[in-house]
Ligand binder design. Structure first.
Ligand SMILES: [Zn+2]
Length: 63
């Protein structure tokens, strides 16, 4: 599970790639901060997510 540190309290927030790619928000379980990942702010996360999704797609042989 990929994760990011909460910008407010540094709690590790786990997320799944689908949530990221859907552009949905994450809620910090510790301080309830809403974190929105955007491509420009989190290019590395998005690239990694895309890489994993591409690999999954290859393995599943979906076209
Ligand atoms: Zn937090």
């Amino acid at each position: 599970m990929p994760n990011i540190p909460c910008p407010k309290c540094s709690t590790t927030i786990e997320f799944d790639f689908k949530t990221v790619l859907d552009g949905k928000d994450f809620i910090c379980k510790n301080c309830n901060s809403k974190i929105t990942l955007t491509y420009s702010d989190n290019e590395t996360i998005f690239k990694n997510a895309q890489k994993v999704l591409d690999k999954l797609k290859d393995n599943l042989d979906i076209d």
